[in-house]
Ligand binder design. Structure first.
Ligand code: NAD
Ligand code: UDX
Length: 453
């Protein structure tokens, strides 16, 4: 079946950019992205493209090209479902915070609501595509809900997990390493292959059975996060031994079996996916009685928590074991550069640890709003201030903590910053992005991740 109308439920970090690119690359397909969140939809429809709800380099241009032509953002969920031949479910699947599996399992209530809504509304046959990241065998539950409507409408289910990373979403969608489509019915699979085939080379479109596809997404994130935790574990050992984690990462990354990517030691991984997906994997393994498998993956999260708290502890220790009443500038709040997303950002834990030690934290981030930052620390903290000026953040500070690797941090006038700080002026480079030698020459006491000098 040739697809000419698509609906996507969920206009978030995945639904928005993914559908914008599908609409851009497939001008013959009408793509409608729907969401219950009215202000989010209003922001997607804003005539000021700096107000789109998701910041991604290049996304404004894609939306500009397609919006109003064949890309639409709407809150009319029922109408969009009924009109579409293919429905992507791209709603959030956060860690469940209640009942059985609390703190580990994926909360699938939004997914189930979508399935029930599709079942209730659809009057013609539909292909339903799982775009959200889901536990393996979720399609079974969705199918069971859809097949029990009794109205004769036929549903086919596909799994099409999204591998984009935030900050590079448009690039990743334009040139994906691979697109994965899992399904049991060839005809439905082929319909989606043809959509992606309009811009993705055929050899990069991979098909698989439903369960392999669902499990591949959790596995990919677990492997990626594991690399970060592995290098972060080595970073701590480097700090004790005089080895330098950048040199170790380079040396091991040149082994083609290991490869150079995802070996940057840091304050710890953040983002809405890694922790949630690993915990979900751990829960699934436990639910099959596979305790060793569960423990193995759990350690990746344990290591990450350790890395975040270790960074805050190091700041306190270096500042003569107390930060009480001291101003600490935090440069960066997003969980990585080039995004306005702060979900699970290491910055949050670090700030809370410092505030618990009675520090006065002042935050600067180029893309995250003051509201968001305050919200992330539950609006209860009066020891945290936000500024739109990085020099203001650093003025009269005892220390600077770099927590996000924004490129602009490298370009600052570091002499000016030094002159405005209390002495000794400490810099804790949680991303190893600054010019260590230049900073030391200015007079900073510079501390990196994963090296002792
Ligand atoms: P998000 O929270 O940014 O967006 C989800 C949206 O769905 C929200 O705007 C919410 O209002 C909407 N929604 C929820 N229930 C709804 C309903 N019943 N009807 C209409 N709208 C509804 O989440 P996200 O980051 O886009 O992630 C979505 C899914 O994609 C998750 O499963 C996630 O694991 C997966 N994923 C995320 C990324 C990423 O980098 N963020 C990458 C790959 C996969
Ligand atoms: C991740 C996956 O990369 C992506 O394929 C999936 O679709 C969603 O989850 P995302 O969370 O957006 O993407 O960003 P990613 O680039 O993976 O970074 C995750 C975290 O790991 C960030 O906090 C980042 O700073 C950190 N990280 C990454 C490191 O600390 N070191 C590295 O070498 C790489």
């Amino acid at each position: 079946m040739k697809i000419n109308s698509i609906c996507c439920i969920g206009a978030g970090y995945v639904g928005g950019p993914t559908m914008a690119v599908i609409a851009q690359k497939c001008p013959d397909i009408k793509v409608t992205v729907v969401d219950l969140n009215e202000s989010r939809i209003a922001a997607w429809n804003d005539s000021d493209f700096t107000k789109l709800p998701v910041y991604e380099p290049g996304l404004d241009a894609v939306v500009k090209e397609a919006r109003g032509r064949n890309l639409f953002f709407s809150t009319e969920v029922d109408k969009a479902i009924d009109e579409a031949q293919m429905i992507f479910i791209s709603v959030n699947t956060p860690t469940k915070m209640y009942g059985a599996g609390k703190g580990m399992a994926a909360d699938l209530k939004y997914i189930e609501l979508c399935a029930r809504q599709i079942a209730r509304v659809a009057t013609s046959d539909k292909i339903v595509v799982e775009k959200s990241t889901l536990p393996v065998r979720t399609a079974e539950a969705i199918k069971s809900i859809l097949d029990n409507t009794g109205n004769g409408v036929k549903f086919q289910i596909l799994s099409n997990p999204e591998f984009l990373a935030e900050g590079t979403a448009v690039e990743d969608l334009h040139r994906p390493d691979r697109v994965l489509i899992g399904g049991n019915e060839q005809e439905a699979i082929q319909s989606l292959v043809e959509v992606y085939g309009q811009w993705v080379p055929k050899e990069r479109i991979l098909t698989a059975n439903l369960w392999s596809s669902e499990l591949s997404k959790l596995t990919a994130n677990a492997f990626l996060a594991q690399r970060v935790s592995s290098i972060n574990a080595i970073s701590e050992l480097c700090e004790k031994t005089g080895a330098d984690v950048n040199e170790v990462a380079k040396a091991i990354g040149m082994d083609s079996r290991i490869g150079p990517k995802f070996l940057k030691a840091s304050v710890g991984f953040g983002g809405s996916c890694f922790q949630k997906d690993i915990l979900n994997l751990v829960y699934i393994a436990k639910s099959y009685g596979l305790d060793e498998v569960a423990d193995y993956w759990q350690q990746v999260v344990i290591m990450n928590d350790h890395q975040k708290h270790r960074f805050a502890k190091k700041i306190v220790k270096k500042l003569y074991n107390t930060v009480s009443g001291k101003k600490i500038a935090m440069l960066g709040w997003a969980f990585k550069k080039d995004t306005n997303d702060t979900r699970e950002s290491a910055a949050i834990d670090i700030a809370l640890d410092l505030i618990a030690e009675e520090a006065n934290v002042m935050v600067y981030d180029p893309k995250v709003s003051e509201n968001q930052i305050k919200n992330d620390v539950n609006n209860i903290e009066n020891n945290i201030k936000v500024t739109a000026d990085p020099y203001q953040a650093c003025k009269d500070a005892h220390a600077i903590a770099v927590v996000t690797e924004w490129d602009e941090f490298k370009e600052y006038d570091w002499k000016k910053i030094y002159d405005s700080m209390l002495k000794p002026a400490f810099v804790f480079d949680g991303r190893n992005i600054l010019d260590k030698e230049a900073l030391k020459k200015i007079g900073f006491v510079y501390t990196a991740i994963g090296s002792s000098n």
